[in-house]
Ligand binder design. Structure first.
Ligand SMILES: [Zn+2]
Length: 255
């Protein structure tokens, strides 16, 4: 897509990112995501429209509630900005012109971000997001001619899920069944080659962060670390630059 449409979808991403914050924050507590409207958790001040503008409101309010001046978490503008950037990139990279597949790619991004956010705070990857991720990914690969075929998608989900399930069986503390379902969805969407890159990046980044936290004494060995956010990080890197990485390795090993 051209730059104008890409910017449009980037801005749409900012707004959707703002809504994803609400889902991530309220859904695990089984609160309604519609009402009450967004309010300060400390003084219950209801946010007025100008306080709900993604990123800008945070900057103007200098990261504080306008009433009680309590600090607003940086994770709100972070997720808004991240969603905006990812939506922009999906639009900008969309060369096929297929609006259906483009929409599916945006849904893929949204589901991954919600899952990463909920896992980060609650150590859970709810079925209500992982199961649709698997179904939508396999369905899209059967329906759209671009990308991996439906059968590759299905096979990748089974194999990647099977490997993770085996790890869960041997070492249940290290990996949950939510991770099994998450990698099935990621594998079904990315296909056989790119899911390898995603798992590799997830393991590498997870270990690096874990070791860094250990060395800084900010974590202990017994402390659980959610793997979902790292899987999502790996999946996003692989989704956007998996082709480049695969080309690079093909040149090294086969030239
Ligand atoms: Zn307040």
């Amino acid at each position: 897509m051209g730059i104008h449409w890409s910017v449009f979808f980037g801005i749409l991403g900012l707004v959707i990112g703002s809504f994803l914050n609400v889902i991530i924050f309220r859904l695990p507590k089984e609160e309604s995501i519609i009402s009450p409207g967004s309010h300060c958790p400390v003084c219950n001040h209801f946010l007025r429209p100008w306080e709900l503008i993604p990123i800008l409101s945070y900057v103007f309010l200098r990261g504080r509630c306008s009433q009680c001046k309590v600090k607003i978490s940086w994770r709100y503008p972070l997720l808004e900005g991240l969603t905006g950037i990812l939506f922009f990139l999906v639009a900008y990279n969309n060369k096929s012109g297929s609006f259906g597949l483009f929409t599916i790619e945006l849904i893929f991004i949204v589901l991954l971000l919600v899952l990463a956010g909920i896992d980060w705070y609650t150590f859970r990857l709810p079925d209500i997001f992982t199961i649709p991720l698997i179904i939508i990914a396999i369905g899209a690969r059967f329906y759209f001619p671009e990308g991996p075929t439906g059968w590759e998608s299905f096979g990748t989900a089974v194999v990647a899920g099977g490997i993770f399930w085996l790890i869960n069986f041997i070492y249940p503390d290290g990996m949950g069944l939510g991770d099994v379902k998450l990698i099935m969805g990621i594998g079904a969407f990315l296909g056989a080659h790119k899911v390898f890159i995603a798992i590799f990046i997830a393991s590498l980044s997870g270990s690096l962060v874990g070791l860094t936290l250990l060395s800084l004494k900010k974590a202990t060995f017994s402390q659980p670390i959610p793997f979902g956010p790292y899987l999502v990080f790996g999946a996003l890197i692989s989704f956007f630059s998996g082709d480049l990485i695969l080309d690079y390795y093909a040149k090294i090993f086969f030239s």
